[in-house]
Design a protein around this ligand. Structure first.
Ligand SMILES: NC(=O)c1ccc[n+]([C@@H]2O[C@H](COP(=O)([O-])OP(=O)(O)OC[C@H]3O[C@@H](n4cnc5c(N)ncnc54)[C@H](O)[C@@H]3O)[C@@H](O)[C@H]2O)c1
Length: 355
């Protein structure tokens, strides 16, 4: 088992990474968060697969366990589901020293974290991510949210977990497509912060042995979050490829999943950087090889103009402009704030990536 510490302003917690850790969930939760009652929140795909072992472990550690499951997928990440969860927690009379455990991907983690932040003005929360994306990204850093009709993640709070438990056995039941979406984020960490990680994941397909790569990604995210917990500066670097990626996702009406959008966004920005001499010639080709290795796309089915136009609605765009993350070389990225009007001009050199 490997452990990474995350330091937030008001708390510190460990991310535990290893095979079979679900059966230790109860003990880890007791040590990190205490409490007598647990509301285990999951979705209707994950709970039948991994719920039983989680519930048993929590009961063995002495918890009284209640469960709440909702239909899987982003369409459940709504204020309505959140209210149902809060009502259920209240109905079972959980107190402030009891805890919520989130068992699932980023959707379950985000909505459960927000429920924990809100219930009685905040109760303890243990995150058990079961997708690669949730292990390397959404479970670390304390961002919680639900979507509003006007956009994704518009209603949320910063609320740090007491512990994160990544049982890598749970990844065995993921579809190839969902695993690949997590790989887009792993490749992102390599591109922005670690050539060593990037080289490692290009040498061997990590699916059968993902622990080291997950640990490295969590260390990078923890380092960035420790520096900028509330996302006012350096944390923006985690958005490499995301602004264009979100546009592609939205233009496809979400038939292109998040990870694939990010892969296309990374490819486009890297090519633009290369053509402008910001990163060495050949960087884009190396990235594309990595994306191909994990069955991720690197070209957009939408035009450059349509994708850039859609970026206007991105919530990462502040009054000062849009945060554009550029690559200087693999393992080294920089944040630039540019006026929205300059995005199309910057991306012009990467027109060949677009339809
Ligand atoms: N809080 C953050 O910092 C942060 C960061 C990145 C993404 N996110 C959010 O994360 C969400 C995306 O996360 P996701 O990709 O994990 O999506 P998800 O939670 O919808 O999971 C994807 C699918 O995989 C299924 N699944 C999950 N674990 C499984 C397993 N072990 N075996 C079989 N099926 C399994 C789910 O039921 C779902 O159908 C988005 O809502 C996004 O906004 C949050």
């Amino acid at each position: 088992m490997q452990k990474v510490m995350v330091c937030a302003t008001k708390s510190e917690y460990f991310v535990h990474i290893g095979k079979g850790l679900l059966s230790d969930l109860g003990n880890i939760s007791k040590d990190a968060a205490g409490g007598n009652k647990v509301m285990l929140i999951s979705d209707d795909r994950v709970f039948p697969l991994w719920g039983e072992v989680a519930v048993k472990s929590l009961k063995d550690a002495g918890y009284e366990v209640f469960t709440f499951t909702f239909p899987n997928g982003e369409q459940s990440k709504t204020p309505e589901t959140l209210i149902e969860i809060l009502n259920s927690i209240a109905q079972y009379n959980l107190h402030r020293d009891d805890i919520i455990v989130a068992l699932g991907g980023g959707v379950v983690g985000d909505i459960s974290g927000l429920a924990a932040a809100l219930y009685q003005r905040g109760i303890g929360f243990v995150s058990v991510p079961t997708t690669l994306l949730a292990m390397v990204d959404s479970s670390v850093g304390g961002k919680t949210a639900v979507d509003l009709p006007c956009g994704k993640n518009l209603c949320g709070a910063f609320w740090q977990p007491k512990a994160v438990v990544c049982d890598t056995n749970t990844l065995s039941t993921l579809t190839d497509e969902i695993f690949a979406c997590g790989m887009a984020e792993v490749i992102k960490y390599g591109m922005i912060d670690s050539k060593e990680l990037f080289d490692d994941i290009c040498k061997n397909d990590i699916r059968s042995c993902p622990e080291d790569a997950i640990k490295k990604c969590v260390e990078i995210k923890a380092k960035i979050v420790n520096e900028d917990e509330f996302d006012t500066g350096i944390r923006a670097i985690l958005n490499f490829g995301h602004t264009l990626g979100h546009s592609v996702e939205m233009l496809s009406d979400f038939s292109i999943p998040h990870g694939e959008g990010v892969a296309i966004g990374m490819s486009a920005v890297t090519l633009a950087c290369e053509k402008k001499g910001i990163c060495p010639v050949g960087t884009h080709e190396v990235l594309v090889d990595a994306l191909k290795m994990y069955s991720l796309p690197y070209t957009s089915p939408f035009s450059l103009n349509a994708v850039c136009e859609h970026c206007k609605g991105d919530k990462k765009m502040s009054g000062k402009g849009l945060s554009l993350i550029t690559i200087e070389e693999i393992g080294n990225a920089k944040i630039h704030t540019i006026p929205f009007e300059n995005l199309l001009e910057f991306m012009e050199d990467a027109r060949e990536v677009f339809a």
